[in-house]
Design a protein around this ligand. Structure first.
Ligand code: ADE
Length: 319
């Protein structure tokens, strides 16, 4: 079973994100009765929380196909035009990393989203003219880790704008138990809890950790997988008791050792770590903020007392 096999296919199998599910369930049911395309949906939030999965689930619930692409693959106008003209009525077009769309692609998208129409320029210079072309009514599902980076005309064309939240422990545990079942792993409840605690609130990471645990269990020839085995397997991969990995700890250590715990600016930290500031902000920081190990202040980031205590405590692993 690959990652795809672990994805829930229906809303009823999708664990957690209850507010998102409730909003979408109502929207799907209403559009099904009206026999229309579902309103365009923007999903935003940290990576790995199930944005792509939700797009696939929506298509399944609507009984249509889902075309999957990402903004960096839509570099030339004809890339997006090609996708749009090939859509069947009510199909879902999923564009990942939609904040990275270029201006030209965005401007092709506006009339397509609003009036299911393409305005194409044919010819060059003085002979150039525009031609309009109808496209099938469709649903655009856009995903981004950075809702703030979307241009407002694009954002305003989504009827539903929904944030995905980090998952709570009970939901994560249920997701791990479900995945273990699909992978036919004999996982004790204590082991599922341990994976849930260490996956940074993120199902994609939970499933990845579960595979690492499976490897260690396979090689060690254990029977039932317990919490101690999970601890051994994940320590090997330098995932600590709260799920921090090497790059999280590097960030906290840099802040403590070079900047006295802060405040220090995002750009400075990114330079010190050799990371891109946008990635640091959208991918590394959110979970540390959620744990309360890091705080954003007007003067920069600071490490909290809890963050310090964690690095010095028994739940952290070396380096
Ligand atoms: N696998 C990954 N994410 C999931 C979710 N939200 N619900 C059920 N299974 C999942």
């Amino acid at each position: 079973v690959r990652e795809d096999g672990l994805r829930p296919r229906r809303l009823a199998d999708y664990i957690g994100q209850s507010e998102l599910k409730q909003v979408l369930r109502i929207a799907v049911e209403a559009t099904r009765r009206r026999q229309e395309a579902l309103d365009h949906v923007l999903l935003y939030g940290p990576p790995g929380l199930g944005k792509t999965t939700m797009a696939l689930v929506l298509a399944e619930e609507l009984g249509v196909r889902c075309r999957i692409t990402s903004a960096p693959a839509l570099e030339r106008p004809r890339d997006i035009v090609g996708l749009l003209v090939n859509l069947q009525p009510r199909e879902v077009l999923f564009i990942d990393e939609i904040h990275r769309l270029n201006r030209v692609a965005e401007e092709i998208l506006y009339p397509a989203m609003e009036d299911f129409r393409l305005d194409l320029t044919v010819g060059k210079g003085t002979t150039a003219r525009t031609r309009s072309l109808d496209v099938a009514p469709f649903t655009l599902v856009g995903a981004t880790t950075r809702a703030g980076s979307l241009s407002s005309p694009l954002r305003d064309r989504f009827g539903l704008i929904q944030r995905l939240e980090f998952y709570g422990l009970a939901d994560l545990e249920a997701i791990v138990v479900r995945a273990a079942g699909l992978l036919q792993l004999p996982l004790r409840p204590c082991a599922a809890q341990e994976v849930a605690r260490r996956c940074r609130g993120t199902p994609r990471i939970a499933n990845r950790l579960l595979r690492r645990v499976r490897d260690v269990a396979a090689v060690g020839g254990h029977g039932q997988i317990d919490a101690a085995l999970v601890d051994a397997a994940l320590s090997l991969h330098r995932v600590d008791g709260r799920g921090l990995d090497a790059s999280d700890r590097r960030l906290l250590r840099l802040m403590l050792e070079a900047y006295g715990g802060g405040p220090v600016g995002l750009e400075t930290l990114a330079a010190g770590l050799g990371e891109d500031p946008a990635t640091l902000e959208a991918v590394v920081e959110p979970y540390l903020l959620q744990l309360g190990f890091l705080q954003r202040t007007p003067r920069g980031r600071i490490v909290t007392a809890a963050g310090r205590a964690h690095l010095d405590g028994p739940a952290a692993v070396a380096a």
